[in-house]
Design a protein around this ligand. Structure first.
Ligand code: BG6
Length: 284
């Protein structure tokens, strides 16, 4: 079933699974399977549209981080714009699904002015008893080409981040954003662990490689990616946690971000062209 009685958010349920999505940012803020929450949402998250939601699955578009050629804030405007729900939702025996759309007129004017391109985004959230699929379609509705990067900034809930291992990245080349000069290296470990601040962009990780988040205390989750070749692993650790006003000082222990995206290279879209990328999270 789909519950859209609250104007700020949509609740989908399917069997013993549920997902909650805020129209602000089209941000997934909860995914529960059998009553177990898989997704981290900060106790200090702003849910009133005054700031990007700290936790859940914020959507990064039209660029990851900050870039020299844009004055947009970090991670772009999709996560701070109010999306519209597309009717009707779809409900079948096997899945319940809802879609959202964003075009420039719903982007805060000051931000839209900084990225003056015509586009349409469609974000589809599909729930089954053991999976959550989130797919972003980007359409160039302008008469000139433009380029973008995008990412699904998933925060997984953890009970003690020291127990967590992110598997499936062995052999991948990464940029270490924490180390001086952001050096590049190749991952040699079977599991990426967190024992300090981690902010790494693993580039060109074969789509067929499953990335598995283990040891969270909330059940393992396998991340299947489509057209999202890059994987960011982020944990702010103690000092950065304290520096974030919308994040509890101890909450670094309760989360790990494993973010599927296409961020290492810009994607160029010609007029009328579309690009689609997504992920399926599956309970293991
Ligand atoms: C990650 C970046 O994707 O997002 C980090 O790699 C960044 O560098 C983090 O700190 C959180 O960003 P924000 O803008 O939500 O605080």
């Amino acid at each position: 079933p789909v519950d859209a009685s609250n104007p700020a958010k949509v609740l989908l349920s399917h069997g013993n699974a549920s997902v909650e999505i805020y129209l602000f940012g089209a941000t997934v803020t909860s995914w529960k399977v059998g009553g177990v929450e898989k997704i981290f949402l900060s106790k200090k998250a702003h849910l009133d549209g005054s700031k990007a939601i700290r936790g859940g699955i914020p959507l990064v578009f039209p660029h990851f981080g900050t870039i020299p050629t844009s004055t947009l804030p970090q991670h772009g405007f999709a996560r701070v714009s109010t999306w519209s729900r597309l009717d009707p939702p779809s409900e079948t025996e096997t899945a319940t699904s809802v879609a959202f759309t964003l075009s420039p007129r719903a982007v805060p004017a000051a931000l839209a002015a900084k990225w003056p391109h015509a586009f349409r985004l469609t974000y589809t959230v599909t729930l089954t008893t053991d999976t959550l699929t989130t797919t972003l379609k980007v359409e160039n509705t302008a008469d000139v080409a433009w380029e973008f990067t995008s990412l699904l900034h998933t925060y997984f809930a953890t009970r003690g981040v020291a127990h967590v291992g992110v598997k499936g990245l062995e052999g991948a080349s990464f940029v270490d954003k924490v180390a001086e000069g952001a050096p590049r290296a190749v991952e040699s470990r079977t599991a990426v662990i967190v024992a300090g601040e981690v902010d790494r962009v693993y580039e060109g990780v074969d789509d067929k490689a499953e990335v598995t988040v283990t040891g969270t205390g909330h059940g393992d989750v396998v991340v299947h990616r489509t057209n999202l070749p890059d994987v960011v692993v982020w944990n702010p650790w103690t000092d950065k946690a304290k520096a974030m006003a919308d994040f509890g000082d101890d909450e670094f222990d309760n989360m790990i971000c494993v973010e599927a995206g296409s961020v290492a290279k810009f994607i160029s879209l010609q007029p009328g062209e579309t690009w689609t990328g997504g992920q399926t999270l599956k309970t293991a």
